[in-house]
Design a protein around this ligand. Structure first.
Ligand SMILES: C[S@@+](CC[C@H](N)C(=O)[O-])C[C@H]1O[C@@H](n2cnc3c(N)ncnc32)[C@H](O)[C@@H]1O
Length: 279
């Protein structure tokens, strides 16, 4: 009897959920999801002395180094520990004849061969998630900034919605450090290093929603997960475990953002002219 009551309850609410979705459609076209452009806007709020350089710390293949270049006239130092990433960026720079504007440095954040106070801004997007010694990495970023300089960080945190096993697999497959995925740990490292948090925005899954709307990125990733699982033995044989794991991790990463298991946070950090007391 009770069970039947539940069935009635479920289906009545299913009908109601249709109007909920209509409302969500209307609301999300009125309030479109924030896009990665907000990071450039955060940097744009600062007066960047063009004499000083911008450091793209953990530049990857340089997709965002090029966006920085388009927006700011400063010289850029693009740093990444992975040679293959720097090589891709180097080719892109040659293509646009921008080589003279960018210095490429192969190093990690924890040990940067750069001069104290050399930069007016540090740009660090999606990198802390790989770093165990966050304090050491942030202390290096702090050191290379001039007083009054700023750091834009895009951090990615795990939420209560991710299951421990999903998180462990992601960490292992993507070489993530649990420290870099913790909001509490990362924010305390910002303050502990001497930065002041000038601005922060909880983005959650909005970038993922944005990418879904322009290129169906999460739907494609979801289909990729299904196919990787369906063809697992043969894919492993042909491409090897490392390639398989990294494809699965990347696809999960996009899907988890939409499911709220991973949440993006954007920060504007300031290195005050007069150092604040380290907490
Ligand atoms: C998700 S990618 C982000 C790349 C780029 N910032 C972007 O937004 O497209 C992470 C990058 O961090 C780099 N990385 C990993 N560990 C690092 C470390 N200890 N120091 C500096 N970069 C690191 C990787 O090589 C990779 O290029």
């Amino acid at each position: 009897m009770n069970k039947n009551k539940n069935v009635k309850h479920v289906y009545e609410n299913t009908l109601e959920s249709e109007s909920l979705h209509r409302w969500l459609d209307a609301e999300s076209s009125r309030r479109t999801p924030r896009t990665p452009e907000i990071l450039l806007e955060m940097l744009g709020t600062q007066e960047l002395d063009p004499k000083f350089k911008i450091l793209d710390a953990g530049c990857g293949d340089g997709t965002h180094t090029l966006k920085l270049l388009q927006r700011f006239p400063n010289r850029i130092t693009a740093l990444d520990p992975v040679e293959a990433n720097l090589s891709v960026l180097s080719h892109k720079l040659k293509e646009f004849s921008w080589n003279s504007k960018v210095d490429l440095v192969q190093a990690s954040l924890e040990q940067m061969p750069l001069t104290d106070g050399e930069f007016s801004a540090v740009w660090c997007r999606g990198v802390l998630v790989h770093i165990q010694e966050i304090e050491q990495a942030l202390a290096q970023c702090f050191r290379v900034l001039k007083p009054g300089g700023c750091m834009v960080v895009l951090a990615t945190y795990s939420t209560d919605l991710i299951e421990p096993r999903e998180l462990a697999e992601l960490n292992q497959r993507f070489a993530f450090a649990p420290e870099g995925l913790s909001k509490e740990r990362t924010e305390s490292a910002f303050l502990g290093t001497g930065f002041r948090i000038e601005q922060q925005q909880e983005i959650g899954g909005e970038f993922a929603e944005h990418y879904e709307s322009i290129s169906q990125r999460s739907s494609v990733a979801l289909t990729q997960v299904a196919r990787l699982l369906r063809f697992e033995p043969e894919a492993l044989r042909r491409f090897g475990k490392a390639a398989f794991d990294s494809a699965l991790a990347m696809a999960h990463w996009h899907v988890y953002q939409m499911l709220g298991k991973i949440s993006y946070h954007a920060y504007l950090l300031i290195k005050d002219e007069t150092p604040s007391e380290i907490t």
